[in-house]
Design a binder for this molecule. Structure first.
Ligand code: HEC
Length: 254
């Protein structure tokens, strides 16, 4: 068959073309980013890839006791958060406001009663993984990521002890982390039964603002002095065409 070698030649030419264009793209890419950065190494990626999820995926192996945690707390955390995590000086208190009844129930009763300012971290937090994760990536504020994994376990254990979730001789580790989750005072406090993301229940907010052909209330408006009225044409036409404030008719001038 005479067309067979031709087809082969065509295929070869095509393949060479594809290869050439790949090389070209690669070179162009390399030229565009010449001497800018380099691929991240796997150990660099590992150093950043530290998130711990509520299902405990990503939780590193390690352990730390309440007593060890207390030492770390005093040295690294107390100056900002207070000896007992009670200080409101740099941030609302971290611990406080939860009861044994909350631990049983999984919802913090006082959340409903107190003002925004007196909500502590442990009153709101549903997942212990978040506490661990946050401390590991962000605290101490003045030297983030400086704690070793065991130190993060220890200082977390200390905070949990302050909140009466674990006894003073507790050693927190990846093995009993899930147990502690079952004692988080507000573990069932986050619900989807409202309209924040996925409208399954009653919306959290109700928008009553007028969205179309709304009457303009000029009572609270700062009006231009009559001398400049009309200097820049009609502001009503130049303003954005949506929202409740549309600009006022200024063409008429003073
Ligand atoms: C230099 C002051 C400082 C030190 C030291 C410090 N923190 Fe913080 N901490 C902060 C500030 C400020 C925030 C709020 C940060 C933000 O919201 O961005 C915070 C937030 C937190 C939160 C999150 C609270 C929440 O409800 O979001 C936790 C948990 C926490 N710190 C734990 C610790 C632990 C544990 C240590 C010691 C290892 C520590 N901090 C040391 C200043 C500090």
């Amino acid at each position: 068959m005479s067309s067979f070698p031709e087809a082969t030649r065509l295929m070869r030419a095509l393949a060479a073309g594809v290869l050439l264009s790949l090389i070209w793209v690669k070179t162009a890419h390399a030229e565009k980013f010449a001497r800018i950065g380099r691929a991240a190494t796997s150990s660099e990626i590992a150093a950043w890839n530290i998130d711990v999820r509520p299902d405990f995926q990503g939780l590193p192996r390690g352990s730390g006791s309440v007593a060890q945690g207390e030492k770390i707390w005093v040295a690294r955390c107390a100056s900002c958060h207070g000896d007992f995590a009670e200080s409101p000086s740099v941030f609302p208190p971290l611990v406080g406001g939860t009861t044994r009844a909350d631990i049983e129930r999984g919802r913090v009763a006082s959340l409903a009663a107190v003002s925004e300012n007196s909500k502590t971290t442990l009153m709101k937090l549903a997942t212990v993984s978040t506490l661990f994760d946050y401390i590991r990536r962000a605290m101490p504020f003045d030297a983030p990521k400086s704690l070793k994994v065991d130190e993060v376990y220890a200082v977390t254990a200390f905070m949990l002890n302050l909140a009466d979730l674990v006894p003073a001789d507790y050693v927190l580790s990846e093995k009993n982390f899930a147990e502690v989750q079952q004692r988080m005072p507000n573990r069932d406090g986050n619900t989807m039964a409202h309209g924040m993301l996925d409208v399954r229940g009653k919306p959290d907010v109700s928008g009553k603002d007028c969205m179309r052909d709304c009457p303009i209330d000029t009572s609270g408006m700062l009006l231009l002095p009559s001398t400049v009225n009309g200097l820049n044409g009609n502001l009503a036409e130049q303003n954005r065409p949506y929202g409740s404030i549309r600009g006022i008719e200024t063409r008429r001038g003073p």
